[in-house]
Design a protein around this ligand. Structure first.
Ligand SMILES: C[S@@+](CC[C@H](N)C(=O)[O-])C[C@H]1O[C@@H](n2cnc3c(N)ncnc32)[C@H](O)[C@@H]1O
Length: 303
């Protein structure tokens, strides 16, 4: 069992290690280093001759990763950057190509559990949702500024919320009375719009789940960044290099699946995981976050 960094349990660690098979002396790029859970496993496998590059948009998580990786033997480069800028990041650390490219998408438990970050409908806090403090638009800005039609589209397209139009209408009615500034306020507006009591035992998932996901995706341009990462990956990987991506919902898993299949047709990748790898029962019991995780792995073929 891995000794985990505080606040976040990495998912599918055994499967990630087996399928990405990091070898001593290689170069690993972890595009979402988080608090360094997967990173530490990679770094240990790399040994003193290897290089580990980790990036994250969240400086708070990077600071934890720095501590997590403080005693590993390999060369460690941690960069505050968005994975949509892989090229310049690699250039800045003097690396041309990598053997392993890994991304564990979405937010970490440390971000979700911090009420002040505004990611969670279960913790009342400012409606923010920026993973990167350099971003200038918050979830509150979108909720209070977008037209009803645009809000409905956002809820529907980013998270397939079926009640998108109803929620958008109620949000616009509510904000005419008072600006919406907190997660608690928004969660109540959504529950009322859907006529669902979130504390009821009959409600399996909180009624605000999809709307919050849709906003988070929009604030952080998650799908745009993922597309950029997938587009840049083949050039970054050495022949025989492995790419592994963990997605937590279909809106982010679909682009990965589509990209890998397209690259396979072009003769660029061999797909290792014909179906996405999911957590085993024991992990699902121990770590509820793992229940929606889907890992896909492919190998870069020679030109
Ligand atoms: C699920 S967590 C990763 C956890 C990590 N594997 C671990 O074991 O600690 C996702 C991380 O990716 C970061 N992130 C999300 N989108 C990003 C992006 N476009 N570029 C860089 N980092 C990103 C988040 O800030 C968060 O720290």
């Amino acid at each position: 069992m891995v000794d985990e960094p505080a606040g976040h349990t990495p998912v599918l660690t055994r499967e990630v290690c087996e399928l990405l098979a990091v070898r001593a002396g290689e170069t690993v790029l972890d595009a979402t280093v988080g608090v360094g859970g997967h990173a530490r496993l990679f770094a240990e496998a790399l040994g003193p001759e290897g290089t580990f590059i980790g990036l994250d948009v969240d400086p708070a998580n990077l600071a934890v990763a720095r501590r997590t990786l403080s005693e590993v033997a390999c060369r460690v480069e941690l960069v505050h950057a968005n994975f949509e800028e892989l090229g310049p990041v690699l250039e800045s650390v003097g690396v041309a190509q990598v053997d392993v490219l890994f991304a564990d998408l979405g937010v970490s438990s440390t971000q979700l559990d911090d009420a002040a970050r505004g990611f969670s409908f279960q913790r009342d806090g400012a409606l923010d949702m920026r993973m990167d403090p350099r971003l200038t638009t918050t979830a509150a800005d979108l909720i209070n500024r977008l037209k009803e039609q645009a809000l409905g589209d956002l809820f529907y397209h980013n998270a397939q919320e079926r009640a998108a139009r109803r929620i958008a209408k109620r949000v616009c009615e509510a904000r005419r009375e008072k600006r919406i500034t907190t997660t608690g306020q928004l969660a109540r507006i959504i529950s009322n719009a859907l006529g669902v009591d979130p504390s009821s035992r009959r409600t399996k998932i909180h009624p605000a789940t999809r709307t919050f996901l849709a906003l988070r995706i929009a604030v952080n341009d998650e799908i745009g960044c993922l597309q950029a990462l997938l587009a840049a990956a083949p050039e970054m990987l050495r022949p025989g290099g492995r790419i592994g991506v963990i997605a937590f919902h279909s809106v982010e898993d679909k682009p990965v699946k589509t990209d890998f299949r397209g690259r396979k047709r072009e003769g660029v990748y061999r797909i290792v995981t014909q179906r996405p790898v999911v957590a085993e029962a024991e992990e699902r019991r121990a770590n509820p976050r793992s229940r929606s995780a889907k890992l896909r792995v492919a190998i870069r073929l020679p030109e």
